[in-house]
Design a protein around this ligand. Structure first.
Ligand code: PEP
Ligand code: MN
Length: 348
């Protein structure tokens, strides 16, 4: 149920609404928009009809809307304005300027990260990506540098005016990863790790929630609801392809999910064309298509020497490939009323 307050509702009227919600042992999620405040109510009330009437007659309440969808707080009904998630360095997801996240699949060394960060910043990326905790199919594959990797990420990002996104694999590491990064990535394999979603919901950093390997749109939005309902309203969704029957590509990139999810939810949606295809040659065309389809940003794997990458070399762009891509992306972004970040001046 969503309670829409009148535009001129007083703070005391809002307080009376939240007090009644608490007295009924339900949970209130207050979201203050530019024009009006909306209160999401979650819980399992005994008698919904009586409850709707009870709230509708409170002072300052404009309307009370039942939400029949399984996800509620992240639904469009719960919030008419689009959510804009902001990171340091002026990065925004859901604003006019796109968020362009780029960097290696895995953090491998200080040098690798510094070279990549400097090049992607010059090409117009505004967020540095790189995994320090890697979800690998084989337990014998490179698992990431852990905290050392987080340090390299932070250093390289700070030196080049970038924000940091990196994956957190384990509930026990949320605090540690949040200390070094600006955006906590929850990977496809963990989309339904409910303990991790709840933990990220209590974190003081925004969350990037990737779509699960075989997740429906509804399951994905329900996963976002876990984070949101646990108190973290800064959630960015990432379409990264789903498993299909055809092994020609690593995953089937579902670009229709972008406008679809933007119609169902107020949360920003970005696209990962690297994991979405698994093939370097397909990354640029799918990036251009994602922006044309209205994506709020991209997350792209870039490596100084993909042939020597510890993970995901075949889908990683080279540094010149990435610079060429951002130049082409500027044209497509302008055609759909968006823009790319201005390239950073070369670091000294
Ligand atoms: C990644 O971004 O490095 C990654 C492992 O992605 P996903 O969870 O989408 O497979
Ligand atoms: Mn990868």
């Amino acid at each position: 149920m969503i309670i829409v307050m009148r535009p001129q509702a007083a703070e005391t009227e809002l307080a009376a609404v939240t007090a009644l919600i608490a007295a009924l042992e339900l949970t209130a999620h207050v979201s203050k928009g530019a024009e009006r405040t909306i209160v999401g109510v979650v819980g399992a009330p005994a008698d919904k009809e009586t409850l709707l009437a009870q709230f509708a007659q409170l002072d300052g309440v404009e309307s009370v809307v039942p939400i029949s969808r399984s996800y509620k707080l992240v639904s469009r009904e719960a919030r008419r304005e689009r959510t804009v998630v902001r990171l340091p360095q002026g990065v925004s997801f859901g604003g006019e300027t796109l968020a362009i996240c780029a960097g290696p699949c895995s953090v491998e060394s200080r040098e690798q990260l510094e070279t990549t960060a400097a090049a992607v910043a010059r090409a117009g990326a505004n967020v540095l990506r790189g995994g320090a905790f890697k979800p690998r199919t084989s337990p014998y594959a490179f698992q990431g540098l852990g905290e050392e990797g987080l340090k390299y990420l932070r250093e390289a990002a700070d030196r080049n005016g970038l924000a940091v996104v990196t994956e957190v694999l384990d509930t026990r590491d949320v605090e540690l990863v949040a200390r070094y990064s600006d955006l906590l990535q929850i990977g496809a394999r963990n989309m339904q790790n409910f303990a991790l979603l709840r933990e990220a919901g209590g974190a003081r950093k925004p969350v990037l929630l990737k779509r699960g390997i075989a997740a429906t749109i509804e399951e994905w939005l329900m996963a976002a609801e876990y984070v949101y309902a646990a108190g973290n309203h800064e959630v960015v969704l990432c379409e990264r392809g789903i498993r299909s029957y055809d092994p020609q590509t690593r995953n089937l990139l579902d670009l229709a999910a972008v406008p679809l999810v933007q119609g169902l939810s107020h949360l920003p949606v970005i696209v990962d064309p690297s994991h979405g295809t698994g093939i370097r040659a397909l990354v640029a065309p799918m990036s251009l298509a994602a922006v044309a389809a209205g994506a709020d940003g991209l997350i792209v794997e870039v490596h100084p020497n993909p042939a020597a990458a510890f993970s995901d070399g075949p889908q990683s762009l080279t540094l010149p490939n990435f610079a060429e891509l951002t130049a082409r992306l500027r044209v497509v972004a302008a055609a759909v009323g968006r823009s790319l970040p201005e390239p950073a001046a070369a670091a000294v």
